[in-house]
Design a binder for this molecule. Sequence first.
Ligand code: PRP
Ligand code: MN
Ligand code: MG
Length: 179
Amino acid sequence: MLEKDIEKVLVSEEEIRIRSTELGKVLTEEYKDKDPLVLGILRGSVPFMAELIKHIDAHMEMDFMTVSSYHGGTKSSGEVKLIMDVDTAIRDREILIVEDIIDTGRTLKYLKELLEHRGAHVRIVTLLDKPEGRIVEIEPDWTGFTIPNEFVVGFGLDYENHYRNLPYVGVLKEEIYSN
Ligand code: PRP
Ligand code: MN
Ligand code: MG
C-alpha cells in the first residue's frame, strides 16, 4: 500500500539492522563506563533509536527533545523551533544525540550548541548523512549511511508526517509531492 508511492529503496531493512548492530558495538565500547544520556530527536529518530539501543550493551539513560524545521514538506524552513525540551539535568553529562538524518545541518548545529552551552559533552550518531545538502558546518561522530541528494522517507523520515512507518528508507515518487 505504501510501497506504491516509493520510487526505489535506498537503504533496506536488513542493511539498517546490520549497520545498527555494527554501530551498537562501537558505541558499547565508547560509552560502557560513561552512563550516557541517549537523546532521541523527535519525531524522526524513533525507529533508529529503537533499533540502535538494542545493540548498545552499557548503562544509559534515555530522553527526548522535539525540534522541527521542515513543517512536513520537502524543504527546510531555515528556522529550527524547539517544541519540547529535555527533562534531565545535563551539566557535565555525556550526551549521545540520535538522529535520523543530517541534511542542511541546521537542526543538529542548533541542538549541539544549545546543549553545549548548558555544559554537556555532546556527540552525534545519525542513520543518514546527506553531505550535499549541507548549509551550515556540522559533522556527525558516527553515520549509518551516506546518501545522495534525494528526498527520502521511511524508517522515521516523513513527508507531511506520513511514511515514517516504512521499514526501509526510500525515495518518494516525485508525483506525490509535486501535486
Ligand atoms: C528532519 C529530520 C532531522 C532534520 C534534518 O526533522 O528528522 O531532524 O529534519 O534536517 P536539517 O539537517 O536540514 O536540519 P523535521 O524538522 O522534519 O522534524 P521531524 O523529525 O518531526 O520530521
Ligand atoms: Mn527530525
Ligand atoms: Mg520531518
